[in-house]
Design a protein around this ligand. Structure first.
Ligand SMILES: Nc1ncnc2c1ncn2[C@@H]1O[C@H](COP(=O)(O)OP(=O)(O)O)[C@@H](O)[C@H]1O
Length: 278
């Protein structure tokens, strides 16, 4: 209880400092990039190509944050493996009960279980005529990547990267409103490293009405976050190399908050798509 009260007090203090931290980039220039991404995607599909993208990246790098925003512009669904796992857990299905303890330890759920869930979601998308997907948090092992390649063609992989010290702070700062379900982050990050660019990521603070309802994922404690990072290094970095070897992977370093990152990421994706249509 004390820890939760403290986080609410911290969030309130921070909200006074950053009165209106934008959760997204705004302005005519970034809107023009959003429109350009949407029309570039239309062009890709008109050429009969697919928009089957994978977002890779360590825990806390912002896969979900950016995948959800980019998917909207690309006109494809954002499929978050983590959300699919949490839905099974919340549904208290037999599968969900098995997954709950595994996820709480920060370990990966067995390949067969997540593949079964994903296969159902991909098949539903195909049946409903979805024009592709932005897959977040899958694959996380090379066997998953190999099986995925037998299910659908992956057309591009974007690997989001961020310094590890920031990843831990970001994961530990993640909060969710227990009522509206929106995601926030109370971490107030200013990372200065000799010889490297200073990275500033202001908190994404909840509105007043969410303060008292903030929850934290059980796997977002520092101990479990560090365990998830070790799992990432052991199991998922080989996936990066798998896709790099196929010439499908592009690295994208996160250098700041959402307003600074969004236009650069939009341009990065547009350039990749335009190169694929030449
Ligand atoms: N592709 C996957 N393979 C196995 N387990 C997964 C996979 N994706 C998600 N999970 C399980 O769900 C948990 C939460 O996933 P997610 O929210 O994507 O974590 P993160 O924030 O580390 O990216 C993981 O720690 C893991 O237990």
């Amino acid at each position: 209880m004390f820890a939760r009260r403290l986080s609410v007090v911290t969030a309130r203090a921070l909200s006074r400092k950053y009165a209106s931290t934008p959760f997204d980039a705004t302005g005519a220039a970034v809107d023009a990039l959003r429109d350009e991404l949407a029309s570039t995607c239309d062009g890709v599909l008109e050429q009969g190509k697919k928009l089957n993208w994978v977002f890779l990246g360590a825990p806390g790098v912002g896969k979900g944050t950016y995948a959800s925003r980019m998917a909207k512009q690309m006109g494809v669904p954002h499929i978050s493996m983590g959300d699919l796992v949490r839905a099974e857990i919340k549904g208290e299905t037999a599968l969900g009960k098995e997954m709950k303890a595994i996820a709480a330890r920060g370990e990966l759920v067995p390949d067969a279980l997540v593949l079964d869930i994903l296969d159902k979601r991909v098949k539903r998308g195909e049946a409903e005529g979805e024009r592709g997907f932005l897959l977040d948090g899958f694959p996380r092992t090379v066997p998953q990547a190999e099986t995925l390649s037998t299910m659908v063609e992956v057309t591009q992989v974007l690997n989001l990267t961020l310094r590890e010290d920031i990843l831990v702070e970001k994961c530990c700062g993640r909060r969710e409103c227990g009522e509206c379900g929106k995601s926030f982050n109370i971490a107030d990050i200013r990372s200065e490293k000799a010889g490297e660019q200073t990275i500033i990521m202001p908190p994404l603070n909840p509105p007043q009405e969410c303060f008292a309802k903030l929850t934290q994922r059980p796997d977002d404690t520092e101990e479990v976050v560090r365990a998830r990072l070790e799992v990432y290094k052991k199991s998922t970095i080989p996936v990066e190399n798998y896709y790099r070897g196929k010439g499908l992977l592009s690295d994208f370093p996160i250098m700041g908050g959402i307003p600074e990152t969004t236009p650069v990421l939009l341009k990065h994706i547009i350039d990749i798509l335009k190169a694929s249509t030449r």
